[in-house]
Each structure stands twice: as structure tokens, then as C-alpha cells.
Design a protein around this ligand. Structure first.
Ligand code: GLA
Length: 353
């Protein structure tokens, strides 16, 4: 008997680079994601519809940049209380890999959700997400926060998730905005060395916390403390505390369906990630600028880890088609690539099919 599971990717509407500091974030699950089919077998076998590389056997390899590193990590970190028996795991999906829409988190959550159902392990979606985060940190080596796995595990149709990452816990935020909607725009920019730069930012914030003697959630710390920091760390800290404030304001604006304020906060967030946290890049900046130059675009910002990947934009419905044509042409001229527009429909989280 086979078991099929789907786990979505996510886009983060606001609140980037503060999940690993116990801050608030506002992701929503996308309709795109990863599907896993798990079948009991005589030996382990991991295959993908997108990649020719496959893994067979249980002489587990160290991570080497292969898609199945994530599957191996899930098996390695799976709790001993419900041992994993040999199985075939077949993976397919429609998330563009390396575009900042959490293709790896959705793979982890899909595999872990399948193991959870198959082995009757009784893990909650939060426990699945935390285990997925451990796979990234302990197996892959990316010191990420909880946002991506959490959004994939808990996504809700029609809603964003207001996640307090110091829990983690969340409340659903309805996204019925009437005449406007979110679009995810893929810059298709190569991402360089995002893992090492990401870990560098995590390390910088650890240094801020240690210099300021802050033991708890840095995103909730007192902004006045920043005066004691050297300039670069002061910049980083300014992003962290201002982004935390913007998330709260954005949630209030969403409740009031105040799309103008939501858009303005997205633009501010982009500027902060670009100038203070320095995780954007020329392609993302050009794409964001091309978007906000169009009539009908209320705001736009890079989303996720950065250094390439996607921009999320809030666009009036009646302008969406003309914005897409204009931005495709502007960005093609300035950066030589044609961005993809993906509809940002807030979707459900991981599920057995
Ligand atoms: C990546 C990480 C997340 C989060 C974002 C930035 O997607 O996996 O934990 O830190 O970057 O907000």
C-alpha cells in the first residue's frame, strides 16, 4: 500500500530574517509544493521525477548537494521510538528549486508527514516542522529559523499565518483583500552562496545578542540598546527591530483591509533588507523597483532568505495584467531575464492525499 502526501512551499508576506531571533513572521502556503509517494519495500530507494540522481541502500551518504540529502536527513533524525522500515520514496513537485519558495522545507515536511502517517508516530504539525528545521541545521548545515517548515506544515487556505517564532505558535490572518492580491515574482537570479551568507547573518545577530547581553528573543529587544554596537551590527539590529514592528503594523492593516498601508510597509521592509540587513542584490532590487514603478502596484519586497529568489508584490486586480507585461519587459531589458509571475493564492498546509 502506498501513501501519498503533499506539502506546499511558502511565500513570506513580511517579517524576514527575524524568525531565528524569536520574531513574528507572516508567511502563507502556496498552491505549489512537493508530492511524496511512500511505498514499503525491501530496501530504501529515493527517486525524483525532476532529477536523474537516485539513492538506494542504507549506507547513508553525507550531504553532497543532492536533492536526496533532505530525505536522508529526515530518516537520520527520525525519532528512534518509531523506527523507519525500508521504503521507496518517490518525489515530484512544481516549486522552482532555489528560488526562495522553500522547496527544501516542503520536501522535508512532505517526507516527515508521510513517515508520521505510515508509522503512526503521532507528531503534531509543529513537531513535524521542528524536525524539518533540525534536518536543515544538523544535517544540511543551514542555521535557519522555523518559518518555512512551519508554514508548510500549518498553511491554511485563504489565510496567512501570523507566527510567533519564539513559540512557535500562530494565529491565522484572513486575506480577503477585495480588489487586490499578492503575486510572487521570480527574479530567476542565480543565488550565489546563500547558505554561507545566511549563516553569516545568523552569526552576526548572535554577536549582537552577546554584546548586548540579551538572552531571549533578539527581535523583541529594546531598540535603544543599539547605541552600544559598532556600525555594521547597529544596522543589522535596526533591521531586526524595525521588521518586527512592521509585522505587527501589517497584521493590523490587513485586518482593516488597508492595502495602501500594507503596500507601504512592504516597501519599507524591502529597503531595510536591502540597506540595513544587506541580503537583497541587484536583481531583486531591479525587480522590486520595476514593480513599484507601475501604477496599480501597492508595494513589493524581496521575500525569504534573499540573495536572489523572489519578490512578493501587492497589486490591484485590474492592473495585474499590465503590470506583468511592463515588468517583464523592463526587467528583461535591465537584467536579461524574464521573471515568472506566480499567483499568490493562500493555500492549505501538508496533507495525506
Ligand atoms: C530562509 C530560512 C527561514 C528564514 C528566511 C528569512 O527561508 O529558511 O528560516 O530565516 O530565510 O526570513
Amino acid at each position: 500500500m502506498s501513501l501519498r502526501v503533499f506539502a506546499p512551499g511558502r511565500v513570506n508576506l513580511i517579517g524576514d530574517h527575524i524568525d531565528y531571533l524569536g520574531g513574528d513572521v507572516l508567511p502563507m502556503a502556496l498552491p505549489l509544493g512537493t508530492e511524496v509517494t511512500l511505498t514499503p519495500a525491501d530496501a530504501f530507494e529515493f527517486v525524483s521525477a525532476q532529477y536523474p540522481e537516485r539513492w538506494t541502500g542504507d549506507d547513508w551518504p553525507q550531504p553532497s548537494g543532492q536533492w536526496f540529502d533532505y530525505v536522508v536527513g529526515c530518516i537520520q533524525l527520525w525519532p528512534d521510538s518509531t523506527p523507519v522500515r525500508p521504503c521507496r520514496i518517490a518525489v515530484t513537485g512544481d516549486l522552482p528549486r532555489g528560488s526562495g519558495l522553500s522547496s527544501s522545507a516542503s520536501l522535508e515536511v512532505a517526507v516527515l508527514t508521510a513517515l508520521n502517517a505510515w508509522l503512526n508516530a503521532g507528531l503534531s504539525p509543529t513537531e513535524v516542522a521542528l524536525l524539518g528545521q533540525r534536518v536543515e541545521r544538523e544535517w544540511i548545515g543551514l542555521n535557519c529559523g522555523i518559518m518555512d517548515q512551519y508554514a508548510s506544515a500549518w498553511g491554511a487556505a485563504g489565510h496567512a499565518l501570523h507566527v510567533d517564532c519564539s513559540g512557535p505558535r500562530h494565529v491565522q490572518v484572513p486575506l480577503t483583500l477585495g480588489d487586490s492580491g499578492f503575486w510572487v515574482v521570480n527574479s530567476k537570479a542565480p543565488r550565489g552562496l546563500p547558505g554561507s551568507l545566511y549563516n553569516e547573518r545568523v552569526a552576526e545577530t548572535a554577536e549582537i545578542a552577546s554584546r548586548l547581553g540579551i538572552a531571549g528573543a533578539l527581535a523583541r529587544a529594546d531598540v535603544n540598546a543599539a547605541d552600544a554596537l559598532p556600525p555594521r551590527l547597529r544596522q543589522r539590529f535596526r533591521h531586526v527591530v524595525s521588521e518586527q514592528r512592521r509585522v505587527g503594523q501589517f497584521v493590523e492593516a490587513a485586518a482593516a483591509r488597508d492595502v495602501l498601508s500594507m503596500g507601504a510597509l512592504m516597501n519599507e521592509s524591502h529597503a531595510s533588507l536591502r540597506d540595513d540587513y544587506e541580503v537583497s542584490g541587484e536583481d531583486l532590487d531591479a525587480l522590486q523597483a520595476a514593480l513599484v514603478a507601475c501604477p496599480g502596484v501597492l508595494g513589493a519586497r524581496m521575500t525569504g532568505g534573499g540573495f536572489g529568489g523572489c519578490v512578493v508584490a501587492l497589486i490591484r486586480n485590474d492592473a495585474a495584467a499590465s503590470v506583468r507585461d511592463q515588468v517583464r519587459s523592463d526587467y528583461q531589458t535591465s537584467r536579461g531575464r524574464t521573471p515568472d509571475f506566480i499567483g499568490g493564492t493562500p493555500s492549505a498546509g501538508a496533507r495525506v492525499l
